[in-house]
Design a protein around this ligand. Structure first.
Ligand SMILES: [Zn+2]
Length: 137
């Protein structure tokens, strides 16, 4: 059996690489850079242990044959990552639209609405839940 065939048979049925793998790699690199600028030995050792844990988890997930569990972990990670990303996108849009629009939450369904900036109090109909509420812009 050739080496490439052995390698292929080893990787058959393994989970492989996904978004959480790349996130752990980023954590590893950030910890590595932090460790370069750390003069304290205790903090450096703690960062090294965290680095090794990140690498260990990366390889464990990559070579795992329990694909269902690894996929669930990745879905959980993606859900958290998406909510963090959406928060920053909303902040960016609020800054971009600050002259013409106001962002307000619907008190009924908590949907974020972009409302035109007008003086006074207005009645707004939420496009998601179709309920009306007062907004002072
Ligand atoms: Zn609503």
């Amino acid at each position: 059996m050739r080496f490439i065939d052995k390698l292929r048979s080893f990787f058959y049925g393994r989970y492989g690489i996904d978004g959480l793998y790349y996130a752990l790699m980023c954590v590893f690199l950030v910890l590595w850079i932090a460790r370069l600028f750390t003069a304290n030995t205790v903090v450096s050792v703690i960062l090294l242990v965290l680095q090794l844990a990140a690498v260990g988890w990366m390889f464990f997930r990559c070579f795992s044959k329990n694909i269902y569990a690894r996929r669930r972990e990745n879905e959980f990670f993606k859900k958290i990552f998406r909510s963090i990303k959406n928060f920053f996108v909303l902040q960016k849009n609020r800054i971009r639209d600050r002259k013409d629009y106001r962002y307000r939450k619907c008190p009924h369904c908590k949907a974020m609405l972009r409302l035109p900036k007008r003086e006074g109090t207005h009645t707004v109909k939420c496009p998601r839940c179709s309920k009306r509420f007062e907004v002072k812009v």
